[in-house]
Design a protein around this ligand. Structure first.
Ligand code: GCU
Length: 691
């Protein structure tokens, strides 16, 4: 089934060393697996593939307990199979979160059984992947007692893929994997993508871009291909969507859709999309009912409204709550919901304050079937941003956090920038929403209708992600959605081990590279004191977000003859005042504001002295230079693995590191030049040319 023209990422299932094989073979050569649901078919196929790969011998699948062997694996729901319900209290399992599972070593009628059991079919998929991961990581399985439940109910990938056109907005790994022209024919790649996602607990996929108005490129001989994302709500496209859903369903993943707020007009022929109009209400209701007839486990809608040219409730003078609720109501009686994005801004003195201004005052007004999806920071997936004020400001609303897997501002598909430490910082940030000790991760995990969404990273590239090392961002995103308490080191190490084999030198080196990559990215892209948004956006390279272009963004940088940074204190744009105390207080004062966010919150003199005695300008120069050295070090570490990592992947990543170093230098030189132009203060170390 598996197409080897593309990489198998962390599901390589490499053969276990001979010296370590015996205990795994003893316990996992025979399996008694429940039948019925499509997910169980996926479980069996994965067991075959994984265990046969790792243990190097055929797996015997039984339809009853194999009494002739000492040990076997049992997978099923509690009441279904005697070795399970005679050894594990079914209530323990039924009481779990529906995506949870138990893996336990038990004694049953003289046999040693490794039991995987769960309250849902999806839980059995997750439990199976967990067991396979243990083997892949070389962990013991002789005395297992694992009880797992996800912290977040919804763990969703948002694809910014333009259907039919097959381009991916902010995608750096080739074309979209979703081929809408050929659907309902399904590709092997869908199965493999679903396997990757399910192996780390993702349970939802939105296959189309939030910008639903982008038309496909018409082809010479195919008039029908002139279609846009909003048209996926048409019946024939919903049937295509069901074909996609049928693949993902086998892996417990539900399909969602990005929809256009003006769909009642565009598609329904109505004159308005005003949420107070009864025909509009009826139209959405009928549409949602129709979808559930075709796709019974449909996950829901994702909506970008009143943002960057998309239509929305503001077109009718309605609030976001009024706008979202008409869709939310249509999901009453269905097991799905609306993810309504808070990425809303317009021309304004400070973009950072705007989402809060649009949403905070309508906390409590959203329908229970609506989740407000908030980007991690107030600007736009920058290399580092403060955490959005909205997470601490809407206690009466279902909230979701939106993270970005694709490297829009972190070196795209080229630079090996791990986002895992950044996400960890976001999730651990204390909002003080319910007093001290209310980190974002707890705010999100509190209610059923909440969760985490991530802007996708995969494309047709054989590596899936443009750079083999960036597969770790897909893996790490999902692991954090499941368990935000996991440490970055743990996640990266387990990814590296499964992806590059068990050689400790490789695991350690790859882990070091990824753990250090984020700070390097911040240093050469920003100078490390909280500046951001300095990317080239010129027309010739339409919004490339890759090359330096600080001169294009004076309002984000605040560079003047006397200083740099933007005053976002309570006295300035007021952004800092949107936090709860004591955060406001901490950010308001340059003495207590964390240095890495200093110039995000303050406009300070170039020669303002920092804690270590260096000035702002000198620190910016130094950090830019340090950033390049850091990237050189990452490259050297990778080079040291030549001959240890297989040649194909080694060369692929090495080529990208060469470009990474060049690009870091380009950034350093442009930023330092820019800082010098505005400050007129020379670099004490004489590195920055004084043209
Ligand atoms: C950024 C990004 C856009 C995207 C937008 C969004 O502005 O550059 O490509 O559409 O975010 O999140 O909606």
């Amino acid at each position: 089934m598996f197409d080897t023209t593309y990489d198998d990422c962390w599901l390589r299932y490499e053969r276990v060393d001979d010296s370590k094989l015996a205990p795994y073979r003893e316990r996992l050569s025979h399996a008694y697996v429940s039948e019925g649901a499509p997910e169980l078919g996926a479980v069996r196929a994965e067991l075959r593939r994984g265990l046969e790969g790792m243990l190097g011998r055929e797996l015997h699948l039984w339809q009853h307990p194999p009494r002739s062997v000492d040990s076997f694996l049992v997978i099923g729901h509690p009441e279904e199979m005697r070795p399970i319900h005679q050894t594990i209290d079914p209530d323990e399992v039924w009481d779990l979160h529906e995506d949870g599972y138990v893996i336990r070593t038990v004694e049953w009628e003289g046999h040693e059984c490794t039991v995987v059991t769960a309250p849902s079919d999806r839980g059995l998929v997750y439990g199976t992947f967990h067991l396979l991961r243990r083997v892949a990581l070389g962990e013991p399985i002789d005395d297992l007692d694992v009880v797992e439940e996800p912290a977040n109910n919804s763990r969703i990938i948002n694809h910014w893929d333009n259907p039919f056109r097959r381009s991916v907005e902010r995608g750096y790994a080739g074309q979209s994997i979703f081929d809408w022209e050929r659907l309902p024919d399904v590709r092997e790649r869908y199965y493999d993508y679903a396997r990757l996602l399910a192996s780390v607990g993702i349970n939802g996929v939105v296959p189309n871009n939030v910008n639903t108005g982008i038309p496909s490129r018409p082809t010479a001989n195919d008039a029908v291909s002139e279609r846009a994302g909003w048209q996926l709500l048409e019946r024939d496209n919903l049937e295509k969507l069901e074909a996609l859903a049928s693949v993902f369903r086998r892996y417990g993943i539900r399909i969602y859709l990005s929809v256009n707020y003006a769909a009642p007009i565009k598609l329904g022929g109505l004159e308005t999309a005003d949420p107070h109009d009864s025909e509009v209400r009826q139209w959405w209701q009928d549409k949602v009912d129709e979808i559930y007839e075709i796709i019974p486990d449909f996950g829901g809608f994702l909506v970008k409204a009143d943002s960057e040219g998309q239509p929305g409730p503001y077109d009718y003078d309605r609030s976001h709550a009024e706008g979202a609720n008409v869709l939310g109501e249509a999901f009453e009686g269905h097991d799905g919901r609306v993810w309504w994005r808070a990425f809303v801004y317009s021309e304004h003195d400070d973009r950072a304050v705007q989402a809060y201004e649009a949403f905070e005052h309508i906390d409590g007004e959203f329908h229970d079937k609506v989740t407000v999806q908030i980007k991690n920071g107030p600007i736009d997936f920058q290399q580092r941003e403060p955490v959005s004020t909205l997470f601490g400001a809407m206690p009466e609303t279902n909230l979701g956090c939106e993270l970005q897997l694709t490297g829009e501002y972190t070196g795209q598909g080229v630079h090996a920038t791990s986002h895992i430490p950044m996400w960890k910082e976001v999730l651990e940030f204390d909002t003080y929403a319910d007093g001290e000790g209310t980190p974002v991760k707890d705010v999100l995990a509190e209610r059923d209708g909440q969760g985490i969404a991530g802007v996708g990273i995969v494309g047709e590239d054989p590596s899936w992600t443009g750079n083999h090392l960036l597969q770790s961002n897909l893996y790490g995103f999902a692991r954090l959605c499941w368990d935000p308490d996991l440490e970055s080191e743990t996640i990266i190490e387990e990814w590296a081990r499964q992806t590059f084999g068990r050689d400790e030198e490789v695991v350690d080196t790859v882990s070091e590279i990824l753990l250090d990559s984020w700070q390097a990215c911040i240093d050469y892209h920003t100078g490390g004191l909280g500046l951001m948004h300095m990317m080239y956006n010129g027309e010739e390279a339409l919004e490339n977000h890759y090359d330096p272009g600080p001169e294009e963004w004076p309002e984000y940088i605040g560079a003047t003859a006397d200083g740099i940074g933007v005053d976002r204190t309570s006295e300035g744009s007021g952004y800092a005042a949107q936090y709860r105390d004591p955060i406001t207080e901490r950010y308001d004062d340059p003495e207590t504001c964390p240095e890495e966010l200093l110039l995000f919150f303050h406009h300070l003199p170039w020669e303002y002295e920092l804690e270590d005695g260096r000035t702002v300008i000198q620190t910016l120069y130094d950090n830019c230079y340090a950033g390049v050295e850091e990237v050189r070090e990452l490259r050297a570490k990778w080079e040291s693995l030549e001959g240890v990592v297989d040649e194909r992947r080694h060369r692929h990543v090495a080529e990208r590191f060469d470009e990474h170093v060049l690009q870091a230098r380009r950034w350093r030189d442009r930023l330092c030049e820019y800082f010098y132009e505005h400050s007129g203060v020379p670099d004490e170390k004489g590195r920055v040319p004084q043209a």
